[in-house]
Design a protein around this ligand. Sequence first.
Ligand code: SF4
Length: 424
Amino acid sequence: MTQMEMAKRGIISEEMKKTAKEEGIEAEIVRKRIAEGKAVIPANKLRKLQKPIIVGEGFSVKVNANIGTSKGFSSLEEEKEKARVAIEYGADALMVLSTWGDLKAIRKAIIEISPIPVGSVPIYDSAVKSYEIGKNVVDFSEKDFLEMVIDHAKDGIDFMTIHVGVTQRVLEFIRKSKRTLKIVSRGGSIIAGWMLKNKKENPFYKYFDELLGIAKEYDITLSLGDGMRPGAIVDASDSQQFEELFVLGELVEKARKKDVQVMIEGPGHLPLNEIEMNVKLMKKAGKGAPIFLLGPLPTDRAMGYDHIASAVGGALAGYLGADFLCYVTPSEHISLPTIEDVREGVIASKIAATIADVARGNVNAWKLEREMAIARKEFNWEKMFRLSIAGKIAKEKHSKRPYDGDGCSMCGPFCAIKIAEECL
Ligand code: SF4
């Protein structure tokens, strides 16, 4: 049975119990939200996740870190280290988005070492396979795409992005569109290219029932991908984006009927003042399904610091109802991220998720904030580092410019906290 099937039958699974404990919430609430489709636990039946997570309404905001190879940079060891670093700094899920090298071997190696859910985008395999066997992506058959999904499911992937909303009707909007950047999603561009060249409907859309059958068999959480997401602030919130969203919303109902867990992906590049409207519309169109946002980035002009821009967008989006934030690294739009970039990206996104949790009144988040305030008052530096999102880095900084009194080298003997404690 899938998590959703169990939840609908009133069964509380091990994963539901574990995630409820982690969130400090009753397991019955977890079960109820999963039964309603308002939350998901991405956990492939083939593997026992050490750290399952719950994503959705009423739970803490989660962070996903993308890793994976690209042409010229396809070292398995480096990807394993990226996964390790992402997990160390608090990523709640990983997506393996390799586009070069032995994709299956990399995918399986990451699944093996990851205690947290691992996601993928099966259609990327088509691009790589086309290189390997000298085929063009457009030569792939409709069934080839479904075979890729089965392959990833058998490897133990917990959630998959499927660009199912790129329909022929949506493509009509691209033709008429005045967008500067027509398509910026890799998966979206591959499937759109295949559809245009073959003059056929999107196979994921056409064979959605078969896709649901595969997802149900392995309990894969489907992340309905936003192949038409805007890739520039000037292109945000247009008909191309929303037409696809409404298709995804209809598919949510179909998935729920088959007991398949589903979430909806969203932009991308959004001006800060459009984040609220987008989050609310996604929740409405998706009938309350969890939403997974890429960033969002409220400016296109932060190259080299896109992780900071996305933390600003992510904090607001999370506060307004986004459930799952996909991190952005300092290398976004520039190059394949390094291990250091992965660390910076995860920290930035965790900060955004934490800010959102506090603003949403999350009980655990407030407990940690209270503990931090007391640790500061008591000059308990070890505790402060332990409570910090990037405590290791904070500790390094603290030791580089030490102070021999109670405060720190910022104010030295004129430490406001110390003076206040002595006087009041
Ligand atoms: S010295 Fe200044 S910065 Fe450092 S703990 Fe005291 S008040 Fe805070």
